[in-house]
Ligand binder design. Structure first.
Ligand SMILES: Cc1cc2nc3c(=O)[nH]c(=O)nc-3n(C[C@H](O)[C@H](O)[C@H](O)COP(=O)(O)O)c2cc1C
Ligand code: SF4
Length: 508
């Protein structure tokens, strides 16, 4: 019945049990040896007879150690193996400095850079012999084109879309409180506006995904009446239509019945305890003109608040068609959020995260060039997201055409995320992406809110300081000539040389 290893194991166990039995009969404390050997023996027997796992069938009992070590290998790598500059998606240095900035402990770094400045892809900003006073540099930008009646004065660094559902109530509350303390916006994510998003009165960007959560009819279509009611709320400062996100572009979402609690169902406007599908496409439009009319409809219904859309660039021609349509219809979004293919998520199929969607650098260049080519850039703010966690990241995104930036995972680090990579398991050890009360109790809202506010303000200060060192007085002055990149062992290029800027109006 058993294979050779199994038989050896059983023989060994019988022998050990027999010896233990005799010794324990002779010497009382050895009764304890039975407590150890009998369960091992039984586990071994079960292992040998199960049919689903080859390793455990061939190596009874011992095979479990392989899975035990595999299950803690991320922790072992993080604690004992990882160097300061490796570790993915964010390396140890990056995680550490968000942590220190959150505690206001990060003023300086000792002894010089740990980066290899001669490595391919190394990038740096061009400083000036004539720096200026950083305090004169504005940190905010006014969003809203000609059709917008309630323009919004946004910070240059904000909280990117993450829903209540993918985040715990405690995490949403801490983000909201932090955003209110630091006067920057909190994007709701596509899961609707919950009470937690309103609790501390932070400025909100209400994101509307293809599920139209919070403004949906029973059949899953967009409900203008419900939208109008919520978009009119004072906290809602802007509206973002989500077309796609970098970690899973072209992929919809499913809220499993088990996760669709009464609370989440009420917020999303769906039937509790049922499976709810967010399709990959919007039912409200299916063409460039349709999208722009939807932008216009939302702007009118909201009383003229800024309305934009978020996407990760896929087929370039589709984005170009939207820009053409803007010039034909005269309807323009107030902002466009560009999410790089390197963007994060709570859960996504690995192929979509790894191999679909344009990375942020190329996407920003393409979008800015296309908007410039159609002479639209002057009317539309570009918001960038995708691993933007330092002052230099902000400067680089802006040099490539962004007007402001969002961060999701940077803000999660500020909340205490340790990159345990269990966001899709409901076992997040830091209480951020779990609804297990035993874990969320560790996330103390008042403490984490202060950390979020500190991280945001110190990162913006760092960007301001770099800009001052570059001798520039406004973020708008940044351009592709300001950032250099090593493109080979003995080759350096500016972004302008790599991606020459398209002249304004060149596409007419
Ligand atoms: C936990 C989590 C949940 C997210 N939920 C949403 C969402 O509801 N809507 C959306 O547009 N993007 C969502 N995103 C993507 C982020 O908003 C952001 O675009 C992306 O992570 C890139 O930013 P980052 O590199 O700073 O994380 C989510 C990301 C994370 C990590
Ligand atoms: S600590 Fe929580 S939020 Fe951070 S990566 Fe791990 S599971 Fe995700």
């Amino acid at each position: 019945m058993f294979n050779i290893n199994g038989r050896r194991f059983v023989n060994a166990m019988i022998f050990i049990s027999f010896i233990s039995g005799i010794v324990s009969w002779l010497w009382h404390p050895f009764v304890w040896s039975f407590v150890l050997t009998v369960p091992v023996f039984l586990i071994g027997l079960i292992d040998m007879n199960q049919k689903s796992n080859t390793i455990i069938r061939n190596f009874p009992f011992l095979g479990h150690f392989r899975y035990l070590f595999l299950s803690i290998s991320p922790e072992i790598r993080q604690y004992f193996v990882e160097s300061n500059t490796d570790g993915k998606p964010f390396n140890k240095n990056q995680r550490d400095f968000v942590n220190k900035r959150s505690e206001k402990k990060f003023e300086t770094h000792p002894f010089g850079t740990e980066l290899d400045v001669y490595a391919d892809q190394y990038q740096w900003a061009a400083h000036s012999i004539y720096p200026i006073d950083k305090n004169k540099i504005p940190q905010r930008t006014l969003i809203g084109g000609a059709d917008c009646k309630q323009p919004y004065d946004a910070s240059i660094y904000n909280i990117s879309a993450m829903s209540f559902g993918s985040l715990s109530a405690a995490a949403v509350r801490a983000l909201n409180k932090g955003a209110n303390m630091g006067s920057f916006y909190h994007n709701t994510g596509e899961g609707g506006i919950s009470d937690y998003h309103l609790e501390f009165g932070a400025d909100l960007v209400w994101e509307i995904g293809s599920g139209y959560f919070g403004c949906r009819k029973e059949d899953g279509n967009f409900d203008p009446g419900l939208f109008k009611e919520k978009a009119g709320m004072d906290s809602v400062k802007m509206i973002e239509i989500k077309l796609s996100q970098g970690a899973k572009p072209g992929h919809g979402g499913v809220l499993p019945a088990a996760k669709n609690t009464k609370e989440i169902a009420d917020i999303r406007g769906v039937e509790p305890h049922t499976k709810v599908v967010s399709p990959a496409y919007h039912k409200a439009f299916s063409s460039p003109q349709g999208l722009l009319q939807f932008v216009q409809e939302l702007r009118d219904l909201s009383g003229g608040k800024p309305v934009g859309f978020k996407l990760c660039i896929g087929k370039e021609s589709e984005f170009t068609d939207i820009c053409k349509s803007m010039t034909e219809t005269g309807i323009k979004p107030d902002f466009i959020t560009i999410d790089g293919g390197e963007g994060g998520t709570g859960a996504a199929p690995i192929e979509f995260s790894d191999s679909i969607g344009m990375p942020l650098e190329e996407a920003l260049v393409f979008v800015t060039d296309t908007l410039n080519g159609f002479n639209l850039k002057k009317d539309i703010h570009v918001i960038a997201s995708g691993k933007i966690i330092t002052g230099f990241d902000i400067i680089r995104a802006m040099a490539l055409g962004a007007d402001l930036c969002n961060s999701a995972r940077g803000m999660m680090f500020a909340l205490g995320c340790i990159q345990a990579l269990k966001c899709d398991t409901n076992e997040c050890p830091t209480g951020i992406t779990t609804h297990n009360p035993n874990l969320t109790r560790g996330l103390v809202v008042s403490d984490k809110a202060t950390r979020v506010a500190n991280f945001q303000s110190q990162t913006v200060d760092a960007a301001q300081e770099i800009l001052a060192g570059m001798g520039l007085s406004k973020f708008e002055q940044l351009n592709r000539n300001h950032i250099h990149k090593r493109t080979g062992t003995d080759q350096i290029k500016t972004f302008e040389e790599i991606f020459p800027t398209v002249e304004t109006g060149a596409y007419f």
